[in-house]
Design a protein around this ligand. Structure first.
Ligand SMILES: O=C(O)c1ccccc1N[C@@H]1O[C@H](COP(=O)(O)O)[C@@H](O)[C@H]1O
Length: 211
């Protein structure tokens, strides 16, 4: 099984081009207010145009008004939406685009127990290391031995980096890994060397997969 890779929070066309060259499966574009990686719809549209067919463009939101999500959907035509806040199932599915729902695993108050029932139409769940109500993209990991079974493909996120992603893949065997700050030189600015090392480490862990 090949672990899928999503790079999130890209802000520069050159970073998108390198991610595609490295063979990542999905590029995340952030529209969450307050994030150092937050894009305007114009910036998002320009980056989206650098994403070729067969690589997914994912638009990320955190409790944005529906009108903002709608505007990004209309402009960028993303392949997937990623919701990081307290959005309802009805809100998430109202845009007619498949969606990933984040499950907060940190702070001792995981919302994993209710996610499966609350979001029956989620295409996948993304497990992140932050506490419920907090934003992601801050490099917070959680206990990888405590991964809930949610009946949908799992994206593992939160504090992943070239130095730990192989271990994370071996323990969790997720459908995909998702990384933002762990491949950056500074918030929003991806580092080419770290991007390359991250992909190499995921592939190394894949090669060690049990038959
Ligand atoms: O990237 C952001 O700035 C962000 C803002 C608000 C919600 C989520 C955000 N990013 C997502 O957080 C996880 C983990 O990031 P990290 O690797 O720990 O830095 C990742 O899924 C991003 O998509």
């Amino acid at each position: 099984m090949r672990t899928r890779i999503k790079f999130c929070g890209l802000t520069r066309p050159g970073d998108v081009r390198l991610a595609v060259e490295l063979g990542v499966d999905a590029i995340g574009l952030v529209f969450a207010a307050g994030s150092p990686r937050c894009l305007t719809p114009d910036q998002g549209a320009s980056l989206r145009s650098a994403v070729p067919p067969l690589v997914d463009a994912v638009a990320l939101f955190m409790d944005n008004p529906g009108s903002e999500v709608e505007a990004v959907v209309r402009r960028l035509k993303p392949d997937l939406l990623q919701f990081h806040g307290s959005e309802s199932e009805a809100f998430c599915r109202s845009f007619g685009v498949p969606f990933i729902k984040t499950v907060a695993m940190g702070g001792g108050a995981s919302d994993a127990a209710t996610a499966r029932k609350r979001y029956p139409s989620a295409s996948a769940f993304l497990l992140d290391g932050h506490a419920p109500g907090q934003p992601g993209g801050r490099g917070e990991r959680f206990d990888w031995t405590q991964v809930p079974s949610l009946g949908r493909p799992l994206f593992l996120a939160g504090g992943l980096a070239p130095a730990n992603v192989a271990e994370a893949v071996r323990i969790v065997r997720p459908y995909a890994v998702d990384v933002s700050s762990g491949i950056e030189g500074a918030p929003g600015l991806k580092d080419g060397g770290r991007m390359q090392s991250f992909v190499d480490e995921v592939r190394r862990a894949d090669r060690s997969a049990p038959e």
